[in-house]
Design a protein around this ligand. Structure first.
Ligand SMILES: [Zn+2]
Length: 342
């Protein structure tokens, strides 16, 4: 009897504590405490915003940018904690890259930094974000609780910022892949145009995300213009080639991609894998490919940057200026447009 009474008292105390915590966290004045708890809602809201809102975000203060980045980190931790697949491929280790001086990765072109152990792979995806294919790739990566590095095209980031923000919210690493996917090694491209392609690409990704991406860059078609490689060194941007190219963009079907990657991987034993989230066949091949990696004993390494890229202010400003008819309102469509008669 006494223990039952004690239980009732304990329950009442617990209820009061829960109510107090709810009142505190629900209060608009809760401040710092509340900020952490409301992070997921903030990420979701950011994903739902349209492009003009992004411009306002990009123009926000440095402090805001840092907060956005930490929200992405929290989302990453939550997705890791929430992995529901006990047989998932997962992430075996996370490496942090100090990009000072522009280190190069990927043995097809850069042979100095041999950081992967046997059976370790890095998943990389170029040319997105793109409707259907990028979300499909994200779903497959989430199902396997694993992480990749994405190299979006600046123009595509401008077309589909909400998809790129989903990539960030899922905790993947994001670099850049030029503004318009120009071959920077082509003779007709001037030094200035090569610089513009690189810088505008990073600024466009930053504008889409509302936060600066990682200082990771991949040359379109892996065409490394020597002067641009040197320039990236002065900008402290790491350059990504690859160890094995999936050639997914010319595959006739998903199976061909799986076979190409697994054959090369079984020969090399490890490596940075180049794929394209822009490609339909790649999105279709990915569930099978990740299962094959798991079955083959391969482990995924996620590469993260020690610090975000420092974009150049004039490129950030030019992009915002180029956006037609920017609007100040960031209200969601449901609060602006109401059906009053049907
Ligand atoms: Zn590309």
């Amino acid at each position: 009897m006494r223990s039952a009474a004690g239980l009732i008292v304990a329950s009442l105390v617990a209820a009061v504590v829960i109510a107090a915590v709810w009142f505190w966290t629900a209060s608009p004045h809760a401040g710092a405490l509340h900020a952490g708890l409301s992070a997921p809602a903030t990420v979701a809201a950011a994903q739902a915003e349209a492009l003009p809102a992004t411009a306002a975000k990009a123009a926000a203060t440095h402090d805001d940018v840092e907060v956005t980045a930490s929200i992405a980190d929290q989302a990453a931790q939550q997705s890791k904690a929430a992995c529901a697949n006990p047989d998932a491929l997962g992430v075996s280790r996370v490496v942090e890259i100090d990009t000072t001086g522009g280190p190069g990765f990927g043995f097809e072109h850069f042979k100095q930094l041999d950081f992967l152990a046997d059976k370790e792979v890095v998943l990389t995806f170029d040319d997105g974000p793109w409707p259907a294919n990028t979300p499909s790739v994200l779903k497959t990566l989430a199902d396997e609780c694993t992480k990749a590095v994405f190299f979006p095209i600046g123009k595509h980031a401008g077309y589909h910022p909400e998809i790129l923000r989903q990539v960030a919210a899922a905790g993947h690493t994001i670099g850049a892949h030029t503004w318009s996917h120009a071959n920077l090694n082509a003779k007709k491209i001037t030094e200035q145009q090569a610089k513009d392609e690189i810088e505008k690409g990073f600024s466009a990704v930053k504008l889409a995300l509302g936060a600066a991406p990682s200082p990771f860059f991949r040359f379109p078609e892996l065409q490394h213009r020597p002067s641009a490689v040197a320039y990236l060194g002065t900008r402290n941007v790491a350059i990504f080639s690859c160890d094995l190219d999936s050639f997914d963009f010319r595959a006739n079907n998903p199976d061909q991609i799986v076979q190409t990657v697994m054959t090369k991987l079984d020969k090399l034993g490890k490596g940075i894998i180049l794929m394209h989230d822009f490609q339909k066949h790649t999105a279709e091949a990915l569930p099978t490919l990740l299962r094959r990696l798991k079955a083959g004993g391969y482990k995924v390494v996620q590469m993260k940057a020690k610090a975000p890229v420092q974009t150049l202010a004039e490129y950030d400003a030019d992009l915002i200026k180029d956006m037609k008819l920017p609007v100040a309102s960031t209200r969601p469509v449901s609060s602006v447009v109401q059906t009053v008669s049907q």
